[in-house]
Write a protein that binds this ligand. Structure first.
Ligand SMILES: NC(=O)c1ccc[n+]([C@@H]2O[C@H](COP(=O)([O-])OP(=O)(O)OC[C@H]3O[C@@H](n4cnc5c(N)ncnc54)[C@H](OP(=O)(O)O)[C@@H]3O)[C@@H](O)[C@H]2O)c1
Length: 323
């Protein structure tokens, strides 16, 4: 089946449905990626922080070697971790990440979070995570987003990434970035689901020509394993009466309705699933259309509830990045 593309401001096409690699266990990541390519996925959303780039690259290499896909048909995304924001750290870590994947370039490389932390050498710990000592200490770095973005622009000029973008940024910082960017961010990746619809941020991106990718499209589902209070207490979106009623109407799975709601709002989606049948049904989420009224009904479930923020994972007084 043909997956629609989104035209990025960089001139490149990005598939509107891709595959998320967060929490894909190293032990199975190569097979998961290989099977996802077999199922028809072409975009893979990785990151240094996911700790599985070597294995994901092995899955890609196997698919290419068997002639199932060519490199240029894939769209590989990776992200700059917080400890590599200092300008001189950006290119070396991207080269390491490319070597881990076994690739010569990324299609898209994102600043993972607008948070600069002190450098941790990969020989000390990789991926470094949030804490300087690997345990509890948060050590900021002085790198500004301008310094980091200038180094990100260098990646495009050096042919290491075709497009560059940001993740977990909000409006104020995007306005600022646009003032000095020589290459504007092609995409913004954000948490987006019916409990967190972020309409104003989407309006800004539309106006500025920044494509938006939704992560955690199933809302609480991805955060249950962390025992986050509000994730556990909320009605799971796939079991929500409103979502189920819409799904019944179109004879689709609630998961497909959640993905279609996002893609009809203009976003790209990158659902993660380790199960083959689920992976396939998630990919097949653009071959039907919800009515405007059904889209509005789902949008009205908004509660402004965010799951993916540092303070939900560990106690900290230093990382109120969505405040
Ligand atoms: N930029 C960022 O800061 C950031 C943050 C979070 C995520 N992301 C990216 O976005 C991707 C997607 O987000 P996510 O992994 O948080 O969550 P997600 O895709 O919304 O949800 C994944 C969870 O839903 C389950 N699931 C998937 N499809 C399903 C279906 N059709 N029916 C029932 N259950 C289903 C999966 O279980 P099974 O695996 O068992 O199927 C998994 O527990 C990530 O993998 C990552 O690439 C980026």
């Amino acid at each position: 089946m043909a997956i629609p593309n989104i035209k990025l401001s960089s001139g490149h096409d990005m598939p509107q449905v891709g595959f998320g690699l967060w929490k894909v266990d190293k032990a199975v990541a190569a097979d998961v990626v290989y099977n996802a390519i077999k199922a028809g996925y072409r975009l893979f959303d990785g990151a240094c922080d996911y700790g599985n780039e070597v294995e994901c690259g092995q899955g890609v290499a196997r698919a290419i070697k068997e002639g199932r896909v060519k490199r240029e048909e894939l769209f590989i995304v990776s992200k700059l971790w917080n400890t590599f924001h200092d300008g001189e750290r950006v290119e070396p870590i991207v080269k390491k990440q490319l070597a881990d994947w076994g690739l010569e370039y990324f299609d898209l490389y994102l600043i993972h979070f607008p948070v600069a932390l002190e450098y941790v050498d990969p020989s000390v710990r990789y991926p470094p995570g949030w804490h300087y000592d690997g345990n509890s200490e948060i050590r900021p770095s002085k790198a500004s987003i301008q310094e980091t973005w200038t180094a990100m622009e260098g990646l495009v000029n050096a042919g290491l990434s075709k497009s560059i973008g940001v993740s977990n940024f909000q409006a104020q910082l995007i306005y600022d970035l646009l003032r000095y960017a020589k290459i504007p961010p092609a995409t913004l990746q954000i948490e987006h689901h019916p409990y967190l619809v972020q309409q104003e941020l989407l309006n800004l991106c539309k106006k500025e020509g920044i494509a938006v990718t939704a992560y955690s499209s199933f809302g609480p589902a991805s955060f249950l394993e962390f025992n986050m209070d509000h994730a556990v207490k909320l009605t799971p979106l796939m079991e929500h009466d409103t979502v189920k009623a819409v799904a019944d109407k179109y004879d689709k799975a609630p998961s497909q309705v959640l993905l279609r709601w996002a893609t009809q709002r203009g976003l790209a989606v990158i659902p993660k699933s380790s199960r083959q049948e689920t992976m396939v049904s998630n990919l097949h989420c653009t071959d039907f259309d919800l009515s405007e009224e059904d889209i509005k009904t789902i949008t009205s479930l908004n509660q402004g509830i965010r799951f993916n923020q540092p303070s939900n994972y560990f106690p900290t007084e230093m990382l109120w990045i969505f405040g």
